[in-house]
Design a protein around this ligand. Structure first.
Ligand code: FAD
Length: 413
């Protein structure tokens, strides 16, 4: 196919869509439109190695300038402001009008703002972009007491880094357990204990009501029950909001994300959406509308769309997977975080190396592994089994060779 593909959003998904289009042999024009300055970069190190100085700006860039040049991928630094579907044009803040034959929306998500007085004080940080991390890093180096609002992945990754750097860290979480939207009860319990053992104070059912400050500088977080937790640095990690406005204003359907079908197409056959901004019917979740925030999801959806545009359509069916590094603990999740009826442990949480196998009825739906990369890789195979898969009894059998069993099941499915 020739013509022009315009990709909006030069993050993980947008970058991958442009790169995969060339890998798939697409010979037309590719424009990658991103509002952020500089070359596309990875976000995961921003809450991990970048904060400790083990990664720098150059090392987190997804590719060098020559990569884009050699593949004739045109990088356009601009903010897309509107889609004219009748004319097949993307309008940009600079005034440019970019004609497209196909438009890929990869606009990602933005941080949910903390809706309390004092949230604008100096010393209150968020973590989504490279400038966010650049602003945070020097302040982290000089801070003594940090309060983290939200015990999700990013809040806990940051808490682990800050604690290892010698700060007193308190995590305030509104729900009753860490990472409650995304992990099983045993994993929540394990991480709570591990972070507490490392010296991080964790408070659950605790809601920030106000950031208190001396002059313009944050000094403490006041909770709903009137307590003051001292802080010279506050990190807010209370989730994200998908960037759907472009699509919504163009009349496309929105349901916690830009609604797409199993080919990641919107109702307009010339517009796809991928990554954090897209809500797709997950085959893995029985067709339920699903919006994921992970590198795997952005990358695999980008590849799927690129293959379709290049003339090789196939429904998007990838097995979801995710990782989070929290201090010395590497959590890897294969499958989806839907309510689990049964959880079965393999390995010993006491040794900080174990996996939780999650079943929905008789069906294995997810495997969460802590410092057990081999289990995670096998889990991704087990979850790909089409017919009857690993049983609960087999998961509970510590003597069973999981790798062998995965091969048998895949062979017969
Ligand atoms: P993004 O990568 O966010 O890219 C979207 C881009 O679109 C942005 O650059 C944005 O500025 C741009 N954009 C938006 N609107 C417009 C517009 N109108 N015009 C032009 N440009 C626009 N995932 C994991 O799997 N493991 C991890 O350990 C992990 N750690 C993370 C740590 C941090 C600190 C963060 C923030 C995320 C982490 N993630 C992790 C999540 C992962 O990075 C995201 O899921 C992934 O980046 C999503 O890719 P995306 O392309 O959908 O969105």
């Amino acid at each position: 196919m020739t013509g022009t593909v315009v990709v909006v959003g030069a993050g993980q998904g947008g970058f991958q869509a442009a790169a995969s289009l060339r890998d798939e042999g697409y010979a037309g024009r590719i424009l990658l439109v991103g509002e952020e300055p500089g070359l596309p970069y990875q976000r995961p190190p921003l809450s991990k190695a970048y904060l400790t100085g083990r990664a720098d700006e150059a090392s987190i860039r997804l590719r060098s300038a020559s990569f884009f040049h050699e593949r004739s991928i045109e990088l356009v630094q601009d903010r897309a402001t509107a889609i004219d579907r009748d004319a097949g044009q993307l309008h940009c803040a600079s005034g440019a009008r970019l004609a497209y034959d196909h438009l890929v929306l990869a606009t990602g998500a933005r941080n949910r703002s903390l809706p309390v007085p004092g949230a604008e004080l100096d010393g209150v940080f968020y973590l989504r972009t490279l400038p966010d991390a650049e602003a945070l890093r020097p302040r982290l180096a000089e801070a003594r007491r940090a309060v983290v609002i939200g015990a999700g992945f990013i809040g806990l990754e940051f808490a682990a880094v800050a604690s290892a750097m010698g700060l007193d860290v308190t995590v305030l979480e509104a729900t009753s357990r860490p990472m409650s939207r995304a992990v099983s009860l045993p994993i929540s319990a394990f991480f709570r204990e591990a972070h507490e053992a490392a010296g991080i104070a964790m408070e659950f059912g605790s809601v920030a009501a106000r950031i208190l400050g001396e002059g313009s500088r944050a000094e403490a977080v006041e909770t709903m029950d009137g307590r003051e937790v001292p802080a010279d640095l506050v990190l807010v990690g209370i989730g994200v909001v998908p960037n759907v406005e472009l699509a919504a204003e163009a009349g496309l359907a929105i349901a916690n994300g830009i609604s797409v079908d199993e080919h990641l197409l919107t109702a307009d056959p010339a517009i796809s959406a991928i990554g954090d901004c897209a809500s797709y019917p997950s085959a893995f979740a029985g067709g339920a509308a699903t919006r994921l925030e992970s590198v795997q999801n952005a990358v695999d959806q980008a590849r799927s769309v690129a293959a379709r545009i290049a003339g090789r359509p196939r429904p998007y069916r990838a097995i979801p997977w995710f990782w989070s590094d929290q201090g010395p603990l590497k959590l890897q999740i294969a499958g989806l975080a839907i309510p689990h009826e049964t959880t079965i442990l393999r390995g010993d949480p006491g040794s900080a190396s174990f996996s939780v196998f999650c079943f929905d009825g008789p069906r294995l739906v997810g495997v969460e592994s802590v410092n057990r990369a081999a289990d995670h890789m096998i889990a991704r195979r087990l979850l790909a089994v089409a017919g009857p898969g690993l049983t609960r009894e087999e998961a509970a059998d510590a003597g069973l060779d999981l790798r062998q069993r995965a091969l048998e099941l895949l062979g017969s499915s």
